[in-house]
Ligand binder design. Structure first.
Ligand code: NA7
Length: 540
C-alpha cells in the first residue's frame, strides 16, 4: 500500500515515534501491544537507524554481539544466530530486518520521511507533527527515538565545494559501497569510525593519508568467529543475563569490574590485572581498577600500560609518538577497538598527518591543505563524527507549552529530568536522551530500559484517563545538578570529547550522558514510577 495513502487516511494517532532504529522499533512494538495506534516516521528507506546509515568499510559494533541484541523476547533471540564476537554492520542490519519481519513492524512505519517540526497544543494536549513530505498528524504522545549519534557532521572546511574528487562521510555511506582501488585517499578523523575503516581503506588504496587531530587510545578488539558452544550458552541464558546486565554500570556482563581500587593494589597486581584484561580484548580493560575513571593515579597507570602495549605494534619510529595519546586520561574519550589499526601505519603507502601541529586549512580542487602542504587525493573520507546526543533532536523544530522552543531552552546545554522528558514539553519522551546513561552503556540495554519505562507510563496515563505528563522544573533542576555532580566526580570532563559537545564549534561544554551507571539509574527510574511518577506533573 502506498505510504502516502496511509498517512492521509489517519491524521491522528495515539503516539508518533520519530526514528526506526533499535529504539523506535521496540517502542512501536510495545505501544502497539497495548492496542494504541502508532505512526513511526523514519528518514531512511528501511529500519536500522545507526546501522542503516553507517555502512563504511569495517563498521562493526564494539559491544559483543551476544549482548548487543534485544533481550525482551526469548522467541526472537532463539531465532537468530550471531556469527562473530563483534557483529559487522551488515549482520546487525539483517538482524534488525529479521525483527521487523517477525513483529510485522513495517506496516506502521512511514519511510523516507523526516520529521521537521513538533508543536504542543495545550488545549487538546496533543502534539502536531510535520514532516518533509508534507504530512501533518496529531498525537497524544511524541516519542523521540532519534538516536545519540545520528546527525553526521562534516566540518565547515573552506573549499570543499571546489573539490574535484569524491567525498564521503562514514555516517552517511553510499549503499552501493565505494571502491578505493588505485586511489589516493585522505581520511580525516581517528575516532571509532576512522579506526575501523582505515585498515580496510588501506588494503585498497594506492596512497592513504590519515589526518589526525587527536591520538586515541585503542584497545585490541579480539574479534573472532563465535563457536556453536558460545551461541548455545547465550541462547540458554539470555533473558537472565539481560536482567543481570540491567543491574551493572555499563549494561554488559561479558566482563566484571574489579572492585579493588588501584591504591590498594601492588604494582605487580595492577600489571597482572591490566594485562589479563588487555589480552581479553574489548572494553574489559576499563574495569581494571575500581577507581580507574576517578583518580589520576589509577588512570595514569592504565594509560601508561596502554601506551606501552600500543607502541609495541607500531614499527614506524616516525609515527609512534604521534599515535600514542598523551593529552587526556584513558577512557574519558570513547575508546576505540583496534583490528589492525595501529599496524596499518607500518605500511609504506600510509602516511599519518598531524593536523594538531599543522592545522587543516582548506580543501582545494586537488586535495587537502594541512599547514603549508597540499596533499593531493582522489577521495576524502570524513570520519569526523556526529553532533552527538542533541543534534538529531534539535534539528527538529520542537515547540512546547507557550510556544517555547526546545532549542532555546537547551541553548546552554540539554536540560532533562532523567533524560526522559523536559519541563515545558508534556507528553514528549526522549529514548536514551541526554541525562541518561545512553552512550556510556550498552545502548540496547538502555533502550529497553527506557522503552519499558515509557510504555508503562503511557499505560498508566491511558488507563487512568490522564491526558498529560510533564517533568516538574524543580525535579529537572535537581536531576541536572545530580548529572553534573556525578560527572564532576569522574575524569570524564577532562577531555575535549563529543560527550562534552567539544567536537562542535560553539556547542555548550556540558557532560551530557549520566555517569551514575545503568543499575543505579534503573533503581531511580523504578522509584519514580512506583511513586506515581514523582517529579512529574500528571494533568487531567
Ligand atoms: P568521533 O569519535 O567523534 O571521531 C571524530 C574524529 O574526527 C576525531 O578523531 C576528531 O578529532 C576528528 N575531527 C572532527 N572534526 C575535525 C576537524 N575539524 N579537523 C580534524 N579532525 C576532526 O566520531 P566516530 O564516527 O569515529 O565515532 C562516533 C561514535 O560511534 C563512537 O564513539 C562509537 O560510540 C560509535 P578530535 O578527537 O575531536 O580532535
Amino acid at each position: 500500500m502506498a505510504q502516502e495513502a496511509r498517512a492521509t487516511a489517519a491524521k491522528e494517532f495515539d503516539a508518533v515515534i520519530v526514528g526506526a532504529g533499535f529504539a523506535g522499533m521496540y517502542m512501536l512494538h510495545r505501544l502497539r501491544s497495548q492496542g494504541l495506534s502508532v505512526r513511526v516516521f523514519e528518514a531512511g528507506e528501511g529500519v536500522g537507524g545507526t546501522w542503516y546509515w553507517n555502512r563504511y568499510p569495517g563498521a562493526r559494533c564494539d559491544v559483543e554481539s551476544l549482548e548487543y541484541q534485544y533481550g525482551f523476547s526469548d522467541e526472537i533471540q532463539r531465532g537468530w544466530t550471531w556469527t562473530e564476537r563483534y557483529a559487522a554492520q551488515p549482520e546487525i542490519l539483517r538482524y534488525q530486518n529479521y525483527v521487523a519481519d517477525k513483529l510485522d513492524l513495517r506496516r506502521d512505519i512511514q519511510f523516507e520521511t523526516r520529521v521537521t517540526a513538533a508543536a504542543y497544543d495545550e488545549r487538546d494536549a496533543l502534539w502536531s507533527i510535520e514532516t518533509d513530505r508534507g504530512d501533518k498528524v496529531r498525537a497524544r504522545f511524541c516519542i523521540m527515538a532519534t538516536g545519540c549519534l545520528s546527525a553526521a557532521r562534516v566540518p565547515n572546511f573552506e573549499g570543499l565545494d571546489q573539490f574535484e574528487g569524491d567525498w564521503y562521510h562514514t555516517g552517511d555511506w553510499p549503499h552501493e559501497g565505494v571502491d578505493f582501488t588505485g586511489k589516493r585517499v585522505g581520511v580525516i578523523g581517528t575516532g571509532s569510525s576512522g579506526v575501523q575503516s582505515i585498515p580496510l581503506i588501506a588494503e585498497q588504496a594506492d596512497q592513504l593519508y590519515v589526518f589526525q587531530r587527536t591520538a586515541n587510545f585503542t584497545l585490541p578488539a579480539g574479534n573472532r568467529p563465535l563457536t556453536e558452544q558460545d551461541v548455545q550458552k547465550s541462547k540458554a541464558s539470555l533473558l537472565e543475563d539481560r536482567a543481570k546486565a540491567r543491574t551493572t554500570a555499563g549494561g554488559i556482563i561479558c566482563f566484571e569490574y574489579n572492585e579493588r581500587p588501584a591504591e590498594e593494589m601492588t604494582f605487580e597486581e595492577r600489571e597482572r590485572e591490566l594485562s589479563a584484561r588487555w589480552n581479553m580484548g574489548g572494553f574489559a580493560f576499563l574495569g581494571s581498577f575500581a577507581d580507574l575513571m576517578a583518580t589520576h593515579e589509577a588512570n595514569d597507570h592504565a594509560a601508561n600500560f596502554a601506551r606501552s602495549r600500543m607502541s609495541e605494534i607500531i614499527k614506524n619510529p616516525a609515527v609512534v609518538d604521534l599515535l600514542l595519546p598523551n593529552d587526556h586520561p584513558v577512557g574519558v574519550k570513547r575508546l576505540c577497538l583496534d583490528t589492525h589499526y595501529l599496524e596499518t601505519f607500518n605500511l609504506p603507502h600510509v602516511e599519518l598527518v598531524d593536523v594538531r601541529s599543522a592545522p587543516l586549512k582548506k580543501i582545494t580542487a586537488k586535495g587537502i591543505v594541512s599547514g603549508d602542504k597540499e596533499y593531493e587525493v582522489d577521495c576524502i573520507v570524513f570520519a569526523t563524527g556526529f553532533d552527538a546526543m542533541t543534534g538529531a533532536l534539535l534539528s527538529i523544530d520542537i515547540a512546547g507549552k507557550g510556544g517555547e522552543k526546545l532549542r532555546d531552552k537547551w541553548a546552554a546545554g540539554p536540560r532533562t529530568y532523567l533524560g526522559l522528558g523536559s519541563a515545558g514539553f508534556p507528553n514528549l519522551f526522549f529514548i536514551t536522551g541526554p541525562g541518561s546513561p545512553s552512550v556510556l552503556s550498552n545502548m540496547i540495554v538502555s533502550i529497553e530500559q527506557h522503552v519499558d519505562w515509557i510504555s508503562d507510563c503511557v499505560k498508566r496515563l491511558t488507563t487512568g484517563n490522564i491526558r498529560s505528563i510533564e517533568a516538574k522544573a524543580e525535579a529537572e533542576n535537581l536531576w541536572v545538578d545530580h548529572v553534573n555532580e556525578t560527572a564532576a566526580a569522574t575524569l570524564y570532563p577532562q577531555a575535549n570529547s563529543w560527550y562534552m559537545g567539544a567536537n562542535i564549534p560553539g556547542k555548550p561544554r556540558i557532560f551530557m550522558p549520566y555517569a551514575g551507571g545503568v543499575g543505579a539509574y534503573g533503581e531511580k527510574l523504578a522509584e519514580v514510577a512506583n511513586a506515581d511518577y514523582e517529579g512529574f506533573a500528571l494533568g487531567a
